[in-house]
Design a protein around this ligand. Structure first.
Ligand code: ADQ
Length: 468
């Protein structure tokens, strides 16, 4: 039987990667903001992380890694297709992102989602000690809080949604909308990236279930469910340290040289996802080249598009469109040995990404809708030289905090072009001033502070989520 814990994290993925060493399976921690932030709390409480280990079929036995109990949950190939690619990524993901792609609704996906959520809830019920705290993460597991409360009313349950929560009009499209809402209301605290999302949630509770609320607190079956905004962040100090490393600095220079030492390097770094606004960014760049406002080789663009959800149809279509646009721009404006856009459909280490951030004069983050967007924050944290300009969509959660960026409306191509040109032309003194304010903000609002404030609000007694 698995060891019991007083602090349990439930997330779709485990924070580990499988590696094969000498033909033998081993696990190593996968780097990520969430696990960095929660590591101190998890080790303090001999905590357990419940999640999927990747792969289909039987799950590995629970094991311990760096002081955390790892509790794998199995997913079959069919469940992966229905619960993960289907209901999570072809229904909920587009619906919660303003339906920028049309959500697909299928009964058998919903059934799989229910079944898998039940499995995660069951696992949490088994490993949680009497009165333990369980923190459920993200849109794949919205039914877990209520399922868990039903089995274990003694638990303190938190839920955090990493993506936006849509306005009532959109949410009402969802076929099993009341079940999802009741699922979330099983938590004691439901956290969102933005105040607006929390407001959407409490209003929805009244609209759909007739529940009363006061401020951000909803009355449900004699309980109080709190909603609130807890904007997630990055490990700022770690990112700053990494970018300041002489190896990373040297690599940044090398990248610029490899690009032909242009005057202006414009960078985009995103998962290849239709919410990220990659196409519109490329189009803005193409139009500026066509207008003669930017010229190759003085200005070049680097677009990193990390492979993502490649079996979901929306993503396959997007890849074709993006690659066609890159081909078009390079065909029209590139020269021999000098492409206008360097397109990289690859994953990179954090060090290499940091070097790219240091090398870029302008960072373009132009999602049509984004819960937060950590790339924007990473770029700012990497610029200890206080150089560089951030062009940021108003529709990214990060825009609420990074007010000194060059904000734009990604739905307005002229607005995007204008913001990009202003960023390219800005004086170094102005860029420094903007960077300084944003960096100061990120130093106090890092991912440890995010975890601490959520757990504090949830009432976890020991809230030294991460020591300073
Ligand atoms: P994502 O949609 O994945 O996250 P984002 O917040 O930008 O978006 O995080 C992406 C992360 O992946 C960044 O840390 C970035 O450095 C990394 N990354 C991107 N491309 C990479 C590459 N080629 N190689 C290696 N690493 C790469 C979801 C929500 C966001 C929310 C986060 C956290 O959609 O809105 O900010 O969760 O809550």
């Amino acid at each position: 039987m698995a060891e019991r814990s007083s602090f349990v994290v439930v997330a779709n993925r485990l924070p580990v990667d499988e590696v094969i060493v000498d033909g033998e399976r081993q696990w190593r921690p996968s780097p990520g903001g969430l696990v960095t932030a929660l590591h101190p709390v998890l080790t303090q409480h001999r905590g357990t992380w419940i999640g999927w280990a990747g792969g289909d079929g039987e799950a590995p036995e629970p094991f311990e890694l760096e002081g955390i109990n790892i509790h794998p949950v199995p997913l079959s190939a069919e469940e992966l297709e229905r619960y993960y690619e289907g209901q999570s990524n072809a229904t909920i993901w587009p619906l919660y992102h303003d339906a920028v792609e049309t959500p697909v609704y299928k009964r058998r996906w919903r059934e799989a989602y229910r079944m898998v959520n039940q499995r995660f809830a069951q696992a949490a019920a088994e490993v949680a000690e009497e009165g333990a705290t369980v923190w459920v993460q993200d849109y794949q597991l919205q039914l877990v809080p209520a399922m868990l409360r039903e089995m274990r009313p003694d638990l303190r349950i938190g839920f955090f949604l990493h993506i936006p929560f849509p306005p009532i009009e959109l949410f009402m499209q969802m076929p099993f909308r009341a079940e999802i809402l009741r699922g979330l209301l099983g938590a004691d605290l439901v956290g969102f990236q933005q105040r607006l999302a929390a407001q959407n949630f409490v209003r929805l509770a009244r609209h759909l279930l007739g529940l009363r609320y006061e401020g951000q607190s909803i009355q449900v079956d004699g309980r109080k469910v709190k909603a609130g905004a807890f904007p997630i962040s990055i490990d700022t100090a770690d990112m700053e340290r990494m970018a300041a490393d002489p190896k990373v600095q040297a690599r940044a220079k090398e990248i610029r040289a490899e690009l032909g030492d242009p005057e202006t390097v414009i960078l985009g770094v995103d998962r290849l996802d239709y919410t990220k606004g990659i196409e519109l960014r490329l189009k803005a760049f193409r139009e500026l080249l066509a207008d003669g406002k930017l010229k190759v080789p003085d200005a070049v663009m680097v677009q990193v598009a990390t492979p993502s959800r490649e079996r979901v149809e929306h993503y396959q279509t997007l890849r074709v469109k993006v690659e066609r646009e890159v081909g078009r721009i390079n065909g029209e404006f590139g020269k021999v040995g000098m492409p206008a856009v360097h397109y990289l459909h690859q994953s990179y280490s954090k060090q290499e990404l940091a070097a790219m951030y240091v090398a870029a004069d302008v960072m373009m983050v132009t999602p049509l809708r984004d819960g937060m967007n950590l790339v924007a924050k990473e770029y700012v944290a990497c610029r200890s030289d206080r150089g560089g300009a951030l062009v940021l969509s108003e529709f990214a959660g990060a825009a609420t905090e990074l007010r000194q960026s060059f904000l734009c409306n990604p739905h307005d191509p002229d607005g995007v072009k204008d913001a990009l040109l202003r960023a390219v032309a800005a004086e170094p003194a102005e860029l420094k001033r903007r960077m300084r304010v944003m960096q100061r903000h990120l130093r106090t609002h890092d991912v440890a502070e995010w975890a601490r404030s959520f757990l504090n609000e949830l009432g976890v007694p020991e809230t030294d989520a991460a020591p300073d």
